[in-house]
Structure formats: structure tokens, C-alpha cells
Design a protein around this ligand. Structure first.
Ligand SMILES: [Zn+2]
Length: 194
């Protein structure tokens, strides 16, 4: 999508999702960071991220109400991501997503070259979040969405892109979280034998 800036979306070493899906991945991880650290200024962090990635003008306003909306959108996204691991999507989450589509005013827009895309007709933060939701819907259409998952390590839950051949990955990193899970299983097996 025009204007999005793919700068430092993820920490060094983390594997990004392809194309614009990396923005959704970055957003899902950013808001988790805000939720984990309630004491930090969530409004400022959200604004900085949206401006940095070209989703909001530097002069754009972000307030507490926007942050609540952003957190609600984040929870809806996380619910959808869990469905990629086989969990059923909750009915309340589906209602929330449909409300958000209405709030973002997502519409089909034709470009001068005749191609069609989804675009939010809302303004400000609602427009920024609507652009991310449009990316999700596009990724669902092209099949890349089902590879976006949350790490199986409960202490991590980092959203990663599963690039394994048969989409059977469980951890953000085989070296870090996958290795820990293996060590835990090994310890448990040893303990049960003693
Ligand atoms: Zn992990």
C-alpha cells in the first residue's frame, strides 16, 4: 500500500512476514509490548509507531480514545491469529471485527490502472488501523495470512511468520523458544524416570 514505510518493523534477527503483512505483524507485537508495560505512555508509543511507518501524518493527533480503539483492534487481530493455530474464533471477536470494519469505513476503491483494493475512508488513527485491516483481508485472499502465528512459548507469544514447508511451526525461533521447549521436555522426561 502506498506510503507505508518498512523501517525497523521487527527486532534484529526476527523473520518478517512478506510484503505489507509485516506491518500487521509489527503492530501485533507492538501493542503486546504496550499492554505488558502499562506504565509507559501508550499514546506516545502508538503515535510514534504509526508516524514512523507512514500510517499517520506527523501532525496527526492520537488520544486515549484512539489508544483504546488500537488495543481493541489488537485484541481482535490476536484472536484471528490464534485461529491460525487451530483455535476457533470467538463469536464476540467476529462481532468486534465487523464493528471495526464499519468504523474504519472500508471500501473497495479502483486505481487509475483499473486494479481494485480495499481502502479505509475514515480519518486519523481509524484510517491508519483500517489500512492494517485491509492488509489482513488481502493476506487472507492470497493465503499468506494463515502463516501468521503467535509463538507457542507462553512467556513469549511473539507473532511470527511461519515459513516452514507444511505450515507446522510452533515457535518464533527454533533456536530460542523451540530450544527452550525441547530442554523442558528433556528435563521432564528425566525427572519422571527418577
Ligand atoms: Zn517465542
Amino acid at each position: 500500500m502506498a506510503g507505508m514505510k518498512n523501517r525497523d518493523l521487527l527486532p534484529v534477527g526476527a523473520k518478517p512476514a512478506p510484503d505489507e503483512l509485516a506491518f500487521v505483524q509489527g503492530y501485533a507485537n507492538l501493542l503486546r509490548f504496550i499492554q505488558m508495560r502499562r506504565e509507559i505512555d501508550g499514546v506516545a508509543v502508538l503515535k510514534k509507531w504509526l508516524v514512523r511507518h507512514g500510517l499517520l501524518a506527523a501532525a496527526g493527533r492520537v488520544d486515549q480514545q484512539d489508544l483504546r480503539l488500537a488495543l481493541s483492534f489488537h485484541d481482535a487481530l490476536r484472536g484471528l491469529i490464534r485461529a491460525n493455530e487451530g483455535t476457533q474464533v470467538e463469536a464476540s471477536n467476529v462481532r468486534r471485527l465487523n464493528r471495526l470494519v464499519g468504523r474504519f469505513n472500508l471500501a473497495v476503491v479502483f486505481a487509475p490502472d483499473g486494479s481494485a483494493r480495499l481502502e479505509p475512508l475514515a480519518r486519523g488513527v481509524e484510517k491508519a488501523l483500517g489500512r492494517l485491516l485491509a492488509v489482513v483481508i488481502q493476506a487472507m485472499a492470497d493465503g499468506s495470512w494463515r502463516r501468521l502465528k503467535a509463538c507457542g512459548n507462553p512467556d513469549c507469544q511473539w507473532v511470527y511468520y511461519d515459513s516452514s514447508k507444511n505450515n507446522s511451526g510452533r515457535w518464533c525461533s527454533m533456536l530460542v523458544c523451540g530450544g527452550r521447549a525441547k530442554a523442558r521436555t528433556y528435563r521432564q522426561r528425566r525427572a519422571s524416570r527418577q
